[in-house]
Design a protein around this ligand. Structure first.
Ligand SMILES: Cc1cc2nc3c(=O)[nH]c(=O)nc-3n(C[C@H](O)[C@H](O)[C@H](O)COP(=O)(O)OP(=O)(O)OC[C@H]3O[C@@H](n4cnc5c(N)ncnc54)[C@H](O)[C@@H]3O)c2cc1C
Ligand SMILES: NC(=O)c1ccc[n+]([C@@H]2O[C@H](COP(=O)([O-])OP(=O)(O)OC[C@H]3O[C@@H](n4cnc5c(N)ncnc54)[C@H](OP(=O)(O)O)[C@@H]3O)[C@@H](O)[C@H]2O)c1
Length: 488
């Protein structure tokens, strides 16, 4: 039986560990059941942001007359938008070809499952099954898929999911009306995209606030903005029933407080109700790998499972579903397995993220309430866009409904506990705080001495940089330093 040094399941963030092993000349296998590049490239971060930015431009053009510039009513070339997006998605073919041509690497196209703790097999796409193979180490980076909520009649109306939207169900033109089931990140971003394109959008969100878990001030600010754009928000409403009503798709939403039911008819329905783990595909019982009650693979901060030779990273471990988090975990694991330079750990208390809504929302650390509950003495500062010259120049005036803000949460020593931003370029603006928070707590050198990184760029490269924010431009510049050629 063939035995590899490393087997990686999933071609999303898992590629980082794979590349590190290949660079060291190790024998590897990569297993992918779908398009290469994972969710981010094919149906997630990248294509969605290629639609978000044009939507941003439309909203900015609408604001421009306030500043004395009339850009006219934006005309959308939806076909061009779609072409640009699918050109990018189609990069998955080059990724596949590159892997197929890589020495020391066997690529299996199909679904991997364990036979026992050390042996795996692949149900190949051509309908056959691969011979079983073994590995010294397995990295499980199989991600997640959209959750289909239990709603009576839902499958009969054939709703769109993010998987089908960035594929066969991409519409020929923006829908006239769209109902989104879910009030989380995908719902918020898709509502922005389609509302800016002229679609009548309704969000049915089970939680009482948009973006459950965000600071309520931020969520309320965004909800007010969305209402001003004409987006209908049915919050604290659960989608309970779906059916066709003539040519329209009807979703019935039930109010959590009153029990009253509301019918919402629209041309299309998008299900954005969270994700479920792909761990069920891996036959983990055979490998005796522990999962939690929601099927996420249990890992520690070194990405180790209960089996010493099996690791899990990215969405499949259920700890924050963000690509920069998955990448960071993969970098930490690659370092720990192959750098021979001590062990790094992932600090999950400093995972930043951004929602590419209009305006953007970004965050790192605790909310005010979480900080109080954690027993800190809490101090809060707020600054509004209208209070700085740049914001004023952009037309944000004190008291205006669109005057976003930065909210910083610190303790009595000035230790940063959390930062929340809602407004223009929030995703990029939050990033320096992420570096600061990490500078204070980077893992120390192996010899036990304090390792001072103040004034070096280390906090930048060792932090998670929000994907896909412009901060990647500044953070990744350090990857391009030519250490072999000083300029003097
Ligand atoms: C619409 C949308 C927008 C998003 N936008 C952002 C964003 O702006 N910023 C951000 O940080 N995050 C965003 N995310 C989340 C982000 O895409 C994910 O967190 C990230 O891609 C997860 O990476 P991963 O490597 O863990 O898994 P994936 O990228 O999902 O890769 C897992 C791969 O494993 C394969 N696989 C699974 N099981 C098996 C098996 N048994 N055998 C073989 N192959 C298998 C799958 O086919 C898949 O290709 C978005 C997600 C969605 C859906
Ligand atoms: N910018 C980014 O980084 C980005 C962008 C897109 C996606 N993502 C990732 O992709 C993942 C999936 O996104 P998501 O928006 O689908 O998940 P999400 O953020 O978890 O939100 C899903 C929402 O749907 C609600 N819901 C579930 N069933 C419902 C029903 N029957 N009726 C009404 N509402 C219902 C949930 O309510 P409850 O709260 O009550 O469960 C939850 O609020 C996220 O975890 C996110 O990390 C990231």
């Amino acid at each position: 039986m063939k035995k590899y040094d490393l087997v990686v399941v999933g071609s999303g963030a898992g590629f980082i560990v794979l590349d590190a092993a290949l660079e060291r000349g190790l024998s590897c296998a990569l297993i992918e059941k779908d398009q290469f590049g994972g969710t981010c490239l094919n149906r997630g971060c990248i294509p969605s942001k290629m639609l978000v930015y044009p939507a941003d431009l439309i909203r900015e053009a609408e604001r421009a007359p306030k500043l004395g510039v009339d850009l006219g009513k934006p005309k959308v070339d939806w076909q061009r938008l779609g072409e640009r997006m699918f050109e990018k998605i189609n990069m998955n073919k080059y990724i596949r070809e590159e892997y197929l041509d890589t020495p020391n690497l066997d690529v299996y196209e199909g679904t991997a499952a364990f036979v026992d703790e050390h042996t795996m097999q692949v149900a190949l796409k051509d309908g056959t099954v691969s011979p079983p193979f073994m590995a010294q180490r397995f990295v499980l980076a199989g991600g997640a898929r959209s959750r289909q909520p239990q709603i009576e009649g839902l499958s009969a109306i054939n709703p769109v999911t993010y998987e089908t939207f960035f594929g066969p169900r991409f519409p020929k033109k923006p829908w006239k009306s769209l109902t989104i089931i879910g009030g989380g990140i995908i719902a918020t971003e898709f509502a922005h995209i389609f509302s800016a394109m002229g679609t009548q959008v309704t969000i049915i969100g089970r939680a009482p606030q948009l973006l459950r878990g965000e600071d309520p001030e931020v969520s309320e600010f965004l909800a007010d903005q969305y209402r001003a754009f004409g987006i209908r928000l049915l919050l604290a409403h659960t989608a309970v029933k779906a059916q066709m009503a003539g040519s329209k798709k009807r979703v019935t939403a039930q109010c959590a407080q009153t029990g009253r039911q509301v019918d919402v008819d629209s041309e299309e329905v998008l299900v954005a109700s969270g994700v479920v783990s792909n761990a069920d595909l891996l036959n983990l019982r055979a490998a005796k790998v522990d999962i939690d009650e929601n099927n996420w693979i249990k890992t520690n901060e070194y990405l180790e499972t209960n089996q010493p030779h099996i690791y899990a990273l990215g969405d499949i471990n259920g700890r924050y579903a963000f690509r920069h988090k998955a990448n960071h975990e993969a970098e930490v694991l690659a370092h720990n397995l192959y750098a021979n330079a001590g062990h790094h750990r992932v600090d999950y208390s400093k995972v930043p993220w951004a929602v590419f809504s209009f305006p953007q929302v970004a965050r790192v650390g605790l909310t005010e309430q979480q900080a109080v509950e954690a027993g800190h003495k809490v101090f809060v500062g707020r600054n509004y866009y209208s209070q700085v010259a740049s914001g004023y120049a952009m037309g944000y005036n004190e008291g205006d409904a669109d005057d976003g803000f930065v909210k910083v949460i610190v303790d009595e020593h000035g230790t940063l506990l959390g930062v929340h931003i809602v407004g223009f370029q929030a995703a990029a603006l939050v990033q320096p705080y992420v570096y600061l928070m990490n500078a204070a707590s980077l893992p120390r050198a192996q010899d036990g001495h304090m390792h001072v990184d103040v004034g070096t760029y280390e906090p930048v490269t060792r932090s998670m940089t929000i994907h896909p924010a412009l901060s990647e431009l500044t953070a990744w510049a350090f990857d391009h330093i030519d250490w072999l050629n000083p300029i003097n």
